[in-house]
Design a protein around this ligand. Structure first.
Ligand code: TUI
Length: 311
């Protein structure tokens, strides 16, 4: 399963782990990298120095390449942008904005930069400023999302850029991987299916919610803030939606309500106040398995499907 992405990133399989805030730490990232994918550490993990610690731990746990995801709206983004250079991280993915201001320094340091985008216009701008690949993330994804769904988004981004495209959003098994190839992508990025990886260190309440969730059990809140977020339906998403509907709520109030909710879900398993972010593929994540098994199954299933259709 060689593609331009496996060549570019020096990985065995074209599977990249999503940079999930408060979730994607050294334990998960190293497991994914050791299994032949590209593990990713999130920049949102309790401050910039905590992220440096996770990077250093990951280097001890794997000698394979791994990356760091920088959530551009995070208050520590600027600091983590420097840390990835100091720590010689080979790959950076970015989310929730344009990484233009960091690009020159990262490229100078030899970092491969792969922005996550949710529309073709930004993909074109990113290629122009030096992105080596693009992650096209559809709205089936968990967390912060755009408007377009994966099926329509991926081929439009493939048409818009020459660099390889990585499909994300709703992909959790070999069927999704094979489908992504059909759409023109050369790899996939998966988050939700790794929430239930054995090596994922989130609170067990979070894993249980993902395991139990059907595809219709997620909701999108935050549209009124211009920051739509998909999470598993819970008291938090219901209260958030109520607050958004109330004409007397101010954006500041709504933002304050959401603050800290992902940490409460991921690290504390707080059922009442946590935001259990997950994508629609939660309906496909039905058992806790090692990351290696998740990846091996995905690859074998995709190979079988593609062999069946290769006439
Ligand atoms: O970034 C994500 N997903 C995330 S970040 C996150 S952290 C968080 N979020 C809310 C509350 C608390 C913590 C959780 N999930 N995915 C990548 C992504 N990027 N999806 C969509 C975009 C995107 C959207 C607009 C990228 C660029 C963009 O561009 C706007 C512009 O500047 O043109």
């Amino acid at each position: 399963m060689k593609t331009r992405i496996t060549d570019l990133l020096h990985i065995e399989y074209p599977i990249i782990q999503g940079g999930m805030a408060w979730v994607a730490d050294a334990s998960l990232a190293s497991a994914v990298s050791n299994a032949g994918g590209l593990g990713i550490i999130s920049s949102i993990y309790g401050g910039a120095e905590a992220v440096r610690e996770e990077i250093r731990k990951c280097k001890k746990l794997t000698d394979k390449p791994f990356g760091v995801n920088i959530m551009l709206q995070d208050r520590f983004a600027e600091e983590v942008a420097k840390i990835v250079i100091e720590e010689k991280v080979p790959v950076v993915t970015t989310g929730a904005g344009s990484p233009a201001k960091y690009m020159p320094a990262w490229l100078e340091a030899g970092i491969k930069v792969i922005p996550v985008v949710a529309a073709a216009a930004l993909a074109i701008r990113m290629e122009r400023i030096g992105a080596c690949a693009i992650i096209a993330e559809g709205a089936e994804s968990g967390g912060h999302i755009g408007e377009m769904n994966t099926m329509a988004l991926v081929p439009q981004i493939c048409d818009a850029v020459s660099v390889p495209v990585i499909a994300a959003g709703g992909i959790a098994d070999g069927r999704g991987l094979a489908a992504a190839f059909m759409l023109g992508a050369e790899a996939v990025q998966c988050g939700t299916c790794f929430l239930v990886a054995e090596e994922c260190t989130i609170h067990d309440n979070y894993k249980q919610k993902v395991l139990k969730a059907a595809g219709t059990d997620t909701a999108v809140t935050g549209k009124t803030l211009g920051h739509p977020v998909r999470a598993i339906k819970s008291p938090f998403t219901r209260n958030f939606a109520e607050l958004e509907k109330n004409p007397n709520s101010t954006p500041e109030e709504i933002m304050a309500f959401g603050a800290g909710s992902l940490r409460k879900a991921a690290r504390e398993g707080n059922e009442a106040e946590g935001s259990f972010m997950a994508g629609q593929s939660a309906g496909l994540a039905n058992s806790i398995r090692p990351a290696k098994e998740i990846i091996d199954n995905m690859v074998h299933q995709a190979e079988e499907i593609m062999a069946k259709f290769a006439l």
